[in-house]
Structures are given as structure tokens and as C-alpha cells.
Write a protein that binds this ligand. Structure first.
Ligand code: FMN
Length: 268
């Protein structure tokens, strides 16, 4: 139970083990953990960490100069993505997407970028999910990529739009059968009673679409009406290259009223 004594104590023990036997051994000069045990208002013990990493590595993988950048940020992004793939960055298409309610309450989560073209940055999801409901009421959104192995970050700010059903269906049919069934079975972001409920829904939808063997992918499963692509159309794209002493290189492109891109260097 969250907040119970048992959990607080077991958390402290875990933390202690990690600090003593793991982190300090692996990176003795860099990691300085301090473990404190405190009490909350009800007298329960709670574990608190301070100074998780007192020093951090320097960023030295590269530099970013104005002459390396073209006039079009999407072309530049595509080049960086290709470089990330070539450098074997793990899941370079994984990106944090932030959306917000009309009142400005922001929430973030990871998704997988599935397409980037002149129009923008596309991912797929359940339109009834939390993010789906937020963008239905407030189109403003942001993405943030971090390609750690290259010490690069890209931020995109803009407004989202839904792909057409035909576009979403085209992509949906390229997904493995079990993912297609999963999209029907999962009421994404809604509360469910337990795992069994989910497994049961998977069975139900498999039956509904006549799937006897989930490993034989020979069924056409239609795209659910509440599932599809979302495109973030950028108004702003920022490229960040880590440099030493925190003096990073940053360039941002902002779309002007005339639709042109204006590029500026930003202070780190
Ligand atoms: C690396 C990674 C990639 C993910 N990709 C997707 C994705 O492409 N689409 C999606 O709907 N959820 C994806 N998820 C799950 C989301 O992070 C999230 O849990 C889910 O979409 C529900 O989010 P929401 O409740 O904020 O709408 C991914 C999670 C991770 C960690």
C-alpha cells in the first residue's frame, strides 16, 4: 500500500543497496548519493534522496555551427534522425509528447514517431486516451527527443491535427496482428479492474475478428474508430547539441507570419 510503513521501509532498503553496492562501485568518482530517512506527517518513515548526481559528465560529442544548418528545420531533423539511426542510438524514434487541458494542466508521455515529412511529425494512438482527449480540446502540443549517445536534443512546438481514417488505416494494417487486436482491446487511459479484464478483452476481440491462432497474421482487422494518427505541425523546432561546461549550442527555428522559417542561436 502506498504510504504504508512497510513500503517506506522497503524503499529505504532498496535505495541503500543500490547506493552501496551498485552505483558507487560502477562510477565511484561521479555518483554521490546520500540517503536520508525522514518521517511524514503521520509518523511513517519516508526515504528521501538528495544530490543524486553531484557531478555530471561533460558533453563533448560534437558541436553545432550555423553553417551546418539549412533553412528548413524538418530537413535538418530528418538528417539528425538518420545520423541517430546510423550511430545506433537506441529507439531514436522514441519521443516525449506533452499535451495540455484548456486550463493549461500539462501531461507528458513517450510515444514512437512513425513518420516525419514536410507537414510534420506523426505518431499513432487512441483518440479517447488522456492525450487524445486533451488534444481534442487544446491543439497545442510539444515533442522532445533526447538522443543521449549523440548528446542531442530536439524540441518541437506546434499544433496537432488528426490524420484521415484512410491514412490511419493504411498504417494500422502494417502493425502485427496482436497489436491490431490490442488497439481494440485496450480502453487506453481508462481505469480497469485487473489484468484479467484486459486479457479477457483480447480474447473477446480475437473471437470477434475470427482469429484462432494469434501467431498467424492472415486477418484483416479494421482500424478502431477511436484510433489513429496525430500530426504535430511545428511552429518552432529547436536543435540542441551538448557542449562542455554547460555552454551548449542551441539553434531555434520559428515560423514567421509569412510562413518562412527564422533561425536564431539561443544562449544555453
Ligand atoms: C518508448 C515508448 C513508446 C510508446 N509509444 C506509444 C505510441 O506510439 N502510442 C501510444 O499510444 N502509446 C505509446 N506508449 C505508451 C504511452 O507512453 C502512454 O502510456 C499511453 O499512450 C497512454 O498515455 P495517456 O494516458 O497520457 O494518453 C509508449 C511508451 C513508451 C515508453
Amino acid at each position: 500500500m502506498i504510504g504504508s510503513n512497510t513500503e517506506a521501509e522497503s524503499l529505504s532498503v532498496e535505495l541503500e543497496k543500490y547506493v552501496d553496492k551498485g552505483a558507487e562501485k560502477r562510477r565511484p568518482n561521479l555518483t554521490h548519493f546520500r540517503r536520508m530517512t525522514s518521517t511524514n506527517g503521520t509518523g511513517s518513515k519516508i526515504a528521501v534522496t538528495k544530490n543524486i548526481v553531484a557531478e555530471h559528465e561533460q558533453y563533448t560529442r560534437g558541436t553545432l555551427e550555423e553553417h551546418q544548418l539549412g533553412n528548413d528545420p524538418i530537413q535538418n531533423f530528418s538528417r539528425w534522425l538518420e545520423q541517430a539511426i546510423a550511430e545506433k542510438v537506441r529507439e531514436p524514434e522514441a519521443v516525449c509528447v506533452s499535451t495540455a487541458t484548456p486550463q493549461g494542466v500539462v501531461s507528458s508521455r513517450m510515444v514512437l514517431l512513425r513518420k516525419v515529412d514536410d507537414k510534420g511529425f506523426v505518431f499513432y494512438t487512441n483518440y479517447d486516451s488522456r492525450k487524445g482527449q486533451e488534444i481534442a480540446q487544446n491543439p497545442h502540443a510539444s515533442m522532445c527527443f533526447y538522443w543521449r549517445e549523440m548528446e542531442r536534443q530536439v524540441r518541437i512546438v506546434g499544433k496537432v491535427e488528426k490524420l484521415t481514417t484512410a491514412e490511419s488505416d493504411e498504417y494500422f494494417q502494417t502493425r502485427p496482428l496482436q497489436s491490431r487486436i490490442g488497439a481494440w482491446a485496450s480502453p487506453q487511459s481508462q481505469v480497469i479492474d485487473n489484468r484479467d479484464e484486459l486479457d479477457h478483452r483480447v480474447e473477446e476481440f480475437s473471437k470477434k475478428f475470427g482469429v484462432e491462432n494469434p501467431n498467424v497474421d492472415d486477418h484483416r482487422v479494421p482500424v478502431p474508430p477511436y484510433w489513429g494518427g496525430i500530426r504535430l505541425v511545428p511552429d518552432e523546432v529547436e536543435f540542441w547539441q551538448g557542449r562542455d561546461n554547460r555552454l551548449h549550442d542551441r539553434f531555434t527555428y520559428r515560423r514567421t507570419d509569412g510562413g518562412e522559417w527564422k533561425r536564431d542561436r539561443l544562449a544555453p
